[in-house]
Each structure stands twice: as C-alpha cells, then as structure tokens.
Design a protein around this ligand. Structure first.
Ligand SMILES: Nc1nc2c(c(=O)[nH]1)N[C@H]1C(S)=C(S)[C@@H](COP(=O)(O)OP(=O)(O)OC[C@H]3O[C@@H](n4cnc5c(=O)[nH]c(N)nc54)[C@H](O)[C@@H]3O)O[C@H]1N2
Ligand SMILES: Nc1nc2c(c(=O)[nH]1)N[C@H]1C(S)=C(S)[C@@H](COP(=O)(O)OP(=O)(O)OC[C@H]3O[C@@H](n4cnc5c(=O)[nH]c(N)nc54)[C@H](O)[C@@H]3O)O[C@H]1N2
Ligand code: SF4
Ligand SMILES: [Mo]
Length: 877
C-alpha cells in the first residue's frame, strides 16, 4: 500500500496496517499506525473502503485508549469475595489460564450434565456470530443479553417481512427528502454512523437533500435538519398513519407500484385471510371484466387490478388489502392524530404533500447495470427511538407503509433493505413465497425456539414465533415461576462482550438479585464493567487491535468482508475469544457440535472445503481466513494486505432484489401466526392464555394506543433516552477521550427539560430532582432547554451510570432503565419488543441523596471541567 499519503500523521517511524474498527458493532475500515517499537499511535479511516470512505467517528479514533487502558484485564482472575454488588470489590486473584479453564469448564459441565437449560448465555459480539451462537452446541436456547429486543425487537422481523433483510435505511445517494424519525442514521448512530453521516452530509451539500426530523428531542439530526417536528414519545405510529391518511386520501400514492409490485390488490376476507380457491390460490378483482380472478390468471393486466372497493367472491365479502388499510386510516386523520402526537394537523398535511412531491412518482432512473427502475428520492427513516415501543410490529409496519405508498421500497432514493451479511458474494437474500409474493423472513437472527408448555426457555422466547429474543422477560420467570411455568432455574451464566447489568431494562436491584442467585458466572471481557463485577471467573480477551476477524454488518452501499488483524501482539496475558470458546467446547465435550454450529452459522457449508472438521480446534485467524475465502476465494494474505473486500454493492442486490415477486403490503402471515399460537396456548391450557396480547399481531397497523399513555396522570411527563456519535452503551464512558468530549456537552450533563415546562412546574435550571416512574427512580440535575418536546424529559446514556469497580466510570444519579417496565403489558405480543420510554414525575430536592455525595460522580466531574474552564458550575458536595 502507498505509505506516502499517510506519513504526515505519525511522528515516529513505523508502518500502517489495514484493519477494521470494533468500537461499535459496525465495521468501518481502518488503517492503524504502529511504531517500529510496537506502539499504536494513530487510527484513521481507510479511504479504500467505499463504505466509510476514510471516515471514522470519535469512537473509532479512541480505540487506542481502549487498547492501552490501564484498567484492562491483564490475566485470568478468580473472585475471592463471595459478596456481589455495585461497588463491592470482587477481590480478584490472578490465576493461570489452565486453572481458569478448568474451573469454568467444571462449573458449566455440572449444569450441562443436569439440564443444559440451566445455562444462561449472554454473548453479544455482533461481529462474531460464531461466538453468539455457541450455546446451540450446548442445547440451551436461553438468552440473557441486552441487545435482543431493546433496539430492534420489532424492527428486524418487520424488515424481514418487507425487504427480507435485517436492517433498512434511506438511500442517501439519491434521496432528496429524508424524514428522520427517532433514529440517528446519517447523523449520530445506527448503521455505520461514520459512513452514513458522510453519505448524508454529501447529499445535503451536493443535492440540498432536505431533512425533517420528527423527535421529542432536538437530536443532532434535528439540529441540522431544515425542520424539527417535536412529537410526544411513543406516538410515532399514529404520526406515520396520519401521513398515510393524507397520501391515501389525496391520491398521492404510487398506484403502478402497488398494483404490480405488492400484494395490495389481493382480496382480504372478513377473517383477515386472503380469499382463496380450493388450490389455495388468491383472488384479485379485475376491473376490466368486473370479476374476480386468480392472481396468476394470464388474462389479468396489472393496471386493471382493483386497489379499492368492496366485492363478493364465492359468497365471501372482501376488499383489496389497500382498501382495508384505507378503511383503517379513516380513524387516523391528521386532526384526530394531532391529539395523540401533538403534531399540528397542518404540519402533517404539508409534510405528506412535500414528501409525495419529492418522491417524483412516475420518475425512473437508468442504473449502470442497464436496468431502468423507479426513482423515488423521498424516504421515511426510523429506528430505536420511534420503534422501541409496546406495539412494535404494527409501528414498524406503519412506518414502512409510508414508504410503500409512494413506491420507494428498494428503489433509488427510497427505503432500501440492508442485509446483516451475505456470506458469499453470489447470495441474494430474497426468495419466492406463495402466490407470487416474496417470502417474508422475520427470523433474521435464526429461527426462534418452538412453543412448549411448560416453557423450555426462561425468557419465554417460544411464545414469540416471529420475534426476537426478549431478555427482559427472564425477570417474569424469576419473579413468578409458578405463573410462567418455570420447571428449571438457570444457575450458570456465560457472558462475553455483553453488559446486561447496564443495558437491560427493569429494576437493577432485582436483576442484581437474579445474578446473585447464579451458582457461577464467567465473563469474557476486556475491561471491568457492571457485569464483570458479578463474575466468579474473568477470562480476559484480546482486544480488537490484537485479533483476526472477518465481518460485514449492514453497510447499505457496499458488500464484502471487513477484515481485522493484529496490530500488536497481545500486550497482556489474554486470549482470543475463539481460543477461549474452542477450548471450553473441548473441555465440555461439545467441540464437534460447536464446529457444526459454526459451519451452519457462518455458511461454511456452502463451500465444503472450508468446513470445520470434527475434533479440531481453530484460531481466530483460521475463522477469519475462512470468512474471507467464503466471500471471494481470496487467501488471508490478500486480506492482510487489502484490509477488506468491500466493493460497491451489486446493484441487483440493492435495488429490486425481489424482481418478479410481490412485496408484502399486507402481512397475512401474522394472522396465521397469531391463530396458530392461540391454538397452541389453548391446547396446552396455558394458564394466562386469556391475558396474552394476541391482538398485537395484525396484518396491517392500527391506531391502538400504547399503555404508556394510560399510566396514572400524576406521572405528568414522558422520559426517553438517547446516545450520540461519540458514545456507545456501557463501555464508551470509561474511555478518557470519549468521556471528555461527552461531559463537555450540556446535552449529556443534565436531565433535559423544556424551559417553558420547567417554569410551569416550578423548576429551574440546575435543580436537583428525583425522577420517578411507576417502576423505578433516578436522581439528576435539570438542564432546561428549548430543544425538548414540552412533555418530555431527556436522559442521555451518559447519565445512566451506576457504581462499579471500573475507576474510569463515573456514577450518575441512577439508571434510566430502572424507570422502564418489564412486563407483558408493555411488551409487543408479536415480537417481544419492550417499551423503551416511560412516564415520570419530578420532585425538587434540596440536596443530593447521601449515596451521591460520596465519591466522584458525573456531576462532580462536570463541575470540575466547568471550573477549570472558568464557567462556574455547581458543586454537589
Ligand atoms: N454512535 C453510536 N452508533 C451506534 C451505536 C452506538 O452505541 N453508538 N449502537 C448501535 C446499536 S446496537 C443500535 S440499536 C443503533 C441505535 O440507533 P438509534 O435508534 O439511531 O439510536 P438512539 O439514540 O437509541 O435513538 C434514536 C433517537 O430516538 C429518539 N427518541 C427516543 N424516544 C423517542 C420516541 O418515542 N419517538 C421518537 N420519534 N424519537 C425518540 C432519541 O432522542 C434519539 O435521538 O445504533 C447503532 N449505532
Ligand atoms: N438506557 C439504555 N439502555 C440500553 C440502550 C440505550 O441506548 N440506553 N441501548 C440498548 C441497545 S440498542 C443495545 S444493543 C444494548 C447494548 O448492550 P451491550 O451489548 O451489553 O453493550 P455494551 O455496553 O457496549 O457492552 C459490550 C461489552 O463488551 C465489552 N467489550 C468491548 N470490546 C470487547 C472485546 O473485544 N471482547 C470482549 N469479549 N468484550 C469486549 C465491553 O467491555 C462491554 O462490557 O443496550 C440496550 N440498553
Ligand atoms: S461507526 Fe465509529 S465506532 Fe462504529 S465502526 Fe465506524 S468508526 Fe468504529
Ligand atoms: Mo442495539
């Protein structure tokens, strides 16, 4: 590689090595400078990867500080203090690797022999699906990690139905009108934050792409947008449906697309199923002959398919799916929805019209591959903030229907599906389903466990046939084992790259009790966290600058493997996760099973010569090598030189990858799934079958209110949480560079409350307050601002620190997640998606509670920065 262009950045002589970032779960390509004496002194973006194009976010640059963090685990450790709790010193004792493996394998084996379901895994490295799926080799389908549902519980299954992909994002390369709804895409978070913000910035500078941010908080996206539309939390579905109301009733839809490329014309009966003939073929209405015909009748022309009207076919009253939604939308006029969302009806009507105009319905574009396809440069983007609510599946579908109505799905400028990984360059991700439809693939992370009663999974995953693992429901089995039919209790926790003590919702004190009741906890991590404080054994991992890996992870415009390689040898007595899990597998007698799991999960089965063989252990290098070979047959030496095989995404996989199939405007499968599940609950006489939220499964969204809006009135505010580009979750704020920039930003140093609301309620800037929800509490200092919706309290992730042994992590006034519910009432019956916002009330306090007066807290730290900068600041004792 050409060194000349890089040398300006290194003071000491050395070399540049190409690799991949892992400071968040995504995978930007990097070039890392290491001096001749072996010190990493610079991490930059690699301009040869067309995804991040030389850009990194602050976390990427700060990886250096993780690598040299003096707090890193430096050798295997054994706990000697049996007491476990926040701030309690585990009294670690250094032990040898052999002893650490022996103890760990022995303790896991006890449960494996008794009942594998007693093993509770929490393995959450998105860049290493082969570690994530290790428990399949043990025969446990339990799950205790935090990323399961909190972000994408409903988003991923719905994307599976709509795009047959894991993720989706607006196409910044062509989009001119970007609705940003509760997501940091292109600005601060979500997909490849560093890469996406580059693409969005280009779109804005080069084409003047307009951004409308719909958020309770003036996020980074909102601050840069042409327009910020403050919205009441957890009402985004109602907002989206009010937009659709305008599109549908003002004729602002792409009717050609709906007729040709979706199942919107398919006729739906009163039982919510499509109307079919004896061979299960679906009927449509032909307006030219004014009669019903089967979907594949050769005399049918797409332009004659009825989208509206009511018909009788074989004696059954029916309507096209489009008409069914149009009828539902009668209740969703902007005027009616305004009362729920607080967004003025006139604003909704204007945005809907602007959106439809910018969509340029009818326009086409000729792609470099010769195809002429629709150009739809307007799109609705959303993620965790908007979708992370009780009725998640319906909510996600409501957002996607805004896109579908203007015909932008998988079209240039529109809403494009993004695969988690393709495995091999030749794989397409769309498959034909029945009656001309695309097959919906809700199980993007693999199939869910089968239904069983009593349940085989402590977190009840078998009750969510199209969902994602709902870890918060472990708490139901823990607190009410009789009710939830628990016949076993997990007693061993295997944790790697996951910090559920921080990340999971519900009361921390109960979760801590949950952990205290484990017979044995092992953590594979790089630094001390809230979670590792509970470990009995620490198996210290190499960090990402010391290991090999190959991964892809949702880059919208590119495909290929981002390759990681050691920049230095491990600087401590640590091991790669691969070495750890192969060794444990061997000692547990499941090595062959594990190798088979990896062959399946990483797709090595597709090229048999790459398959892992029975009886053999493999290194991180071996796995990375195979991932590269699977992709493009290039040897590892090629990857070591090039750092990645990312290329522009094959256009037939990006745009209209489902050509010739109809997209699911109407998700009939959800009706089947609901009824099948209901029957299973009936047959097994599940005691709580009458209270199970079956109604959350709907083939089209409804305007039903989420229960958060029905909390007692004394909880007069909503609370939300958020992060920004420099932050990840539990880990980032132990990194001095990231901590420093975070706590200099007033957005991250106080609980954000609208200034007018503060005045009305008698609060002032700087007040110390107690925040209470119906479920929990936290303390903090108010920052008043115009940049919040008038009913909403904003709690940055920077203010959800709890006490832990990591001396770099500052305690804040509690944890936002303590405020959240963890019950079925607030969980989507269809997907397991939990509610991630809540209702709260504030009480002004004269002083901090005692536990916040001792030791260094976030607020002390902020004060000291402000003092040093001569800005005054308050001291909290
Ligand atoms: N920088 C960075 N990027 C990341 C990550 C990271 O840690 N840091 N993590 C990755 C992961 S795992 C995930 S899941 C994604 C998450 O990515 P995002 O969903 O983009 O991130 P969040 O900040 O969780 O939420 C987005 C926004 O939702 C707003 N919000 C909260 N409640 C509501 C609401 O009820 N309605 C509306 N409209 N908005 C609301 C918040 O103010 C916030 O600005 O990011 C990924 N990318
Ligand atoms: N309040 C609040 N709660 C949230 C969220 C939020 O925004 N706000 N976000 C939710 C979401 S979307 C998600 S996905 C989850 C995320 O929850 P987690 O996945 O638990 O996220 P992290 O806190 O980043 O935990 C990752 C862990 O990996 C460790 N680690 C880092 N590098 C390595 C490595 O190379 N090897 C190993 N073995 N370990 C390593 C870190 O020390 C850290 O403990 O949190 C959820 N919870
Ligand atoms: S977005 Fe930032 S942290 Fe994530 S991979 Fe890219 S540079 Fe690293
Ligand atoms: Mo997430």
């Amino acid at each position: 590689m050409n060194n000349v262009q890089f040398d300006q950045n290194s003071l000491k002589p050395g070399k540049w090595i190409r690799s991949t970032c892992k400071m968040c779960l995504h995978s930007c390509s990097t070039r890392v400078h290491v001096t001749d004496d072996g010190v990493i002194n610079k991490i930059e973006g690699d301009p040869t990867n067309p995804s991040n194009a030389g850009k990194l976010c602050p976390k990427g640059n700060a990886g250096i500080m993780r690598h040299y963090d003096p707090q890193r685990f430096k050798q295997p450790l054994r706990r000697t203090n049996p007491a476990k709790g926040p701030g309690i010193d585990p009294k670690w004792e250094a032990i040898s690797w052999d002893e650490a493996f022996e103890i760990t394998a022995r303790e896991i084996k006890k449960s494996l022999d008794e009942d594998p379901r007693k093993i509770m895994p929490s393995l959450e490295d998105f860049q290493k699906m082969h570690i994530w799926n290790w428990p399949l080799a043990l025969g446990t389908r339990n799950f205790y990690q935090s990323g399961g549902t909190m972000c994408g519980g409903a988003y991923h299954p719905l994307n599976g139905y709509v795009h047959s992909t894991f993720g989706a994002v607006n196409d910044a390369r062509h989009c001119n009108y970007w609705i940003s709804n509760g997501a940091g895409d292109g600005f601060s978070s979500h997909l490849h934050a560093a890469a996406a913000s580059h693409w969005v910035a280009k779109a804005r500078v080069e084409r003047g792409m307009k951004v409308v941010a719909v958020e309770p908080r003036m996020s980074i996206a909102a601050a840069k947008a042409e327009e910020w539309v403050p919205i009441r939390p957890a009402t985004d579905r109602q907002f989206a449906m009010s937009l659709s109301h305008v599109l549908v009733n003002e004729g602002l839809c792409d009717y050609v697309f709906l007729r040709k490329d979706t199942n919107a014309p398919y006729l739906v009966g009163p039982d919510q199923y499509f109307v079919r003939d004896a061979d299960r073929q679906i009927y449509v209405w032909d307006t030219s002959s004014n009669s019903a015909k089967l979907w594949n009748d050769p005399t049918l022309k797409n332009e004659n398919l009825a989208l509206e009207g009511e018909y009788v076919v074989n004696g059954v009253k029916c309507r096209p799916a489009f008409q069914v939604y149009k009828d539902t939308l009668k209740d969703a006029s902007p005027e009616t929805m305004e009362k729920i969302t607080t967004v003025p009806a006139a604003t909704v009507r204007r945005i809907a019209r602007e959106f439809a105009k910018e969509a340029r319905i009818g326009a086409t574009i000729t792609l470099p591959d010769g195809r002429t396809v629709p150009l739809r440069p307007a799109a609705y983007n959303y993620y965790r903030g908007a979708q992370g609510h009780k009725t998640g599946m319906q909510t996600n579908q409501a957002f996607q229907l805004v896109n579908m109505l203007i015909g932008n799905i998988d079209h240039p400028g529109g809403r494009c599906g993004v695969t988690l990984t393709d495995g091999s360059v030749d794989n397409n991700h769309c498959y034909p389903g029945e009656c001309g439809q695309m097959l919906g693939t809700p199980h993007q992370l693999g199939p869910m466990p089968d239904f069983s009663w009593p349940p085989n999974e402590y977190h009840l995953a078998g009750f969510f046939p199209v969902g994602v693992h709902p870890p918060h429901l472990n708490m139901l089995s823990f607190l009410e084992p009789e009710k939830y039919g628990s016949t076993f209790k997990p007693d061993v926790l295997v944790n790697c790259h996951s910090n559920p003590v921080w990340a999971i919702q519900g009361p921390r004190d109960k979760w801590l009790q949950f952990l205290r009741e484990m017979r044995f906890i092992v953590c594979v991590d790089v630094i001390p966290t809230e979670m590792t404080d509970f470990a009995d054994i620490i198996l210290p991992a190499n960090d990402y600058l010391e290991t090999f890996n190959g991964t892809m992870i949702e880059p919208p415009y590119t495909e290929g493997i981002c390759f990681r390689q050691p920049i230095t040898a491990p600087i401590h007595d640590t091991k790669s996760e691969e070495e750890i899990f192969f060794e444990l597998s061997e000692r547990l007698g499941v090595l062959d099973q594990y190798n088979e799991v990896i062959n399946m999960i990483l797709g090595f089965e597709q090229k048999p010569h790459l398959k892992l063989q029975p009886g053999k252990k493999y290194t991180d290098r071996d796995i990375a090598e195979r991932v590269g070979l699977l992709w493009n047959d290039k040897p590892i030496e090629w990857y070591m030189e090039h750092g990645h095989s990312s290329t522009e995404r094959r256009l037939d996989k990006l745009y209209r990858p489902w050509e010739g199939m109809r997209l699911l405007f109407y998700i009939e499968d959800l009706v089947y799934q609901r009824e099948a599940l209901r029957q299973k609950f009936e047959d097994a006489k599940v005691p709580f079958r009458d209270e199970w939220p079956f109604d959350d499964y709907q083939p089209l969204p409804t305007t039903v209110l989420d229960p958060i809006h029905l909390e007692p009135k004394e909880y007069n505010l909503y609370a939300i949480t958020f992060k920004d580009i420099q932050m990840n979750f539990g880990e980032g704020l132990s990194n001095p560079w990231l901590k420093d920039i975070t706590y200099r930003d007033p957005v991250h140093t106080g609980l954000l409350l609208n200034r007018g609301t503060a005045q009305k309620l008698g609060f002032a800037d700087g007040d110390i307050v107690l925040v209470e929800s119906p479920y929990g509490r936290l303390y903090g200092r108010l920052t008043t601002t115009e940049a919040m919706h008038h009913e909403t309290l904003g709690v940055s992730n920077s203010l959800s620190r709890t006490k832990n042994e990591n001396r770099s992590v500052l305690m804040a006034g509690g944890h936002y997640n303590d405020l959240l519910p963890y019950d079925m009432r607030n969980t989507d019956g269809a997907t397991g998606q939990p509610e991630t916002s809540c209702r709260v009330k504030l009480t002004k306090l004269d002083d901090w509670p005692d536990f916040l007066k001792h030791g260094s807290t976030v607020y002390d730290f902020v004060d000291s920065i402000q003092k040093a900068e001569g800005k005054g600041g308050q001291h909290n004792g």
